[in-house]
Design a protein around this ligand. Structure first.
Ligand code: FO1
Length: 335
């Protein structure tokens, strides 16, 4: 059933979303449903999780966004494609090949074609744009950079490449530090920089992705934090925590291990140098007093498409209200 979006806030200007995998992709699909005009929505995606596996270049967060925005995502698992089969993985197992990272048959098509085009000399941005066109995605989906950045997790069990930590070790090792190999020399995507400099940009939304694993790699690119401090449009963060827990994944565990407070104040602290407003879950409304920027408290759990679209509209309406100046809107504390 199609949602009636006529009563929801819709932006007039451009919107930029920064996002990682599963949680981020859920808000991105809400923004995409709300903003069907081609090119009005730009989604810049973390590529720190990318890795080489079985000779293929895998870009899990980009794929979560592509699948989410084209309606091909698996709702239950959160990653990968709906109606997936696993024949290739089973055959790989028979051969004794590495099977700890589950590649579905339909998903494999994307990795095979992307790896082929990369070997032909195409850029990741160009390939992603073509995939978007083929999959009927109107939004502009961008890898954060065309240069490789690799998130490395430093743990009590040694240094682990991101997917080794996240999938193979199920995020169990204790995190001491996280680094983003290549980030200091990687060039942020040109289209991302242009979007940030565009006078018609209405809002920057940081999706409810893991701050350290999914958003920090984007912020680690040269000039990114400064660009977010300088941008005219309000920068709104949607918290990935509900009641001190992450909806999915190790965000709360990692924040605790890095000695950050695992609540709305801890999320605000991570982004404070450029943060204009924070969206938190309604059940965390009492946290608002400890957050030094305006807060919107509203249900943030996105189970269905309608939840994603409603949260996207509320987030953009909140940004719009902040642009109009300090005031109170429903459920919002102005500071
Ligand atoms: N996550 C898992 O927990 N186990 C998997 O076997 C797995 C396979 C996989 C294959 C393709 C893909 O695009 C994503 C996949 N993910 C898997 C998710 C991925 O590791 C994470 O969601 C992101 O890297 C974190 O945002």
């Amino acid at each position: 059933m199609t949602q009636d979006t006529s009563s929801l806030y819709t932006p007039a200007g451009r919107v930029l979303a920064l996002c990682g995998g599963v949680g981020g992709a859920r808000l991105a699909r809400g923004l995409n449903a709300l903003i069907p005009t081609p090119g009005q929505l730009t989604v810049a995606v973390n590529t720190g999780d990318d890795f080489e596996h079985l000779g293929l270049t895998i870009c899990p967060d980009l794929d979560s966004v592509l699948y989410g925005l084209s309606g091909k995502n698996d709702e239950q698992r959160g990653w990968g494609r709906a109606d997936e089969t696993w024949h290739c993985l089973e055959a790989l197992k028979e051969l004794g090949a590495a099977d700890w990272f589950s590649l579905g048959d339909r998903d494999l098509a994307v990795h095979i074609e992307r790896s082929h085009q990369l070997r032909e000399g195409e850029t990741l941005s160009g390939i992603t744009a073509r995939f978007c066109e083929r999959l009927g995605i109107a939004a502009h989906v961008l890898p954060m950079s065309d240069d490789p950045v690799r998130t490395t997790v430093h743990t009590d069990e040694g240094e682990l490449a991101f997917q080794e930590y996240f999938v193979r070790r199920a995020s169990r090792p204790k995190v001491q530090n996280i680094s983003y190999r290549g980030a200091d020399t990687a060039r942020p995507n040109e289209a991302l920089l242009q979007c940030l400099a565009d006078g018609s940009l209405e809002a920057v939304v940081i999706c409810p992705s893991n701050p350290q694993l999914s958003i920090d790699p984007i912020l680690a690119l040269p000039g990114m934090r400064q660009a977010l401090r300088d941008v005219d449009a309000p920068v709104i963060v949607v918290s990935p925590l509900i009641g001190g827990r992450a909806v999915k994944g190790p965000a709360a565990k990692i924040m605790a291990e890095l000695e950050l407070s695992v609540d709305s104040a801890g999320i605000a602290q991570v982004y404070l140098d450029f943060l204009d407003g924070l969206v938190i879950d309604a059940q965390d409304a009492d946290d608002a007093d400890r957050v030094p920027v305006p807060v919107l408290a509203t249900p943030t759990l996105m189970r269905r498409q309608e939840d994603s679209t409603r949260l996207a509209a509320q987030t953009l309406a909140f940004a719009h209200a902040l642009r109009q100046g300090p005031q109170r809107i429903n459920g919002t504390t102005g500071r």
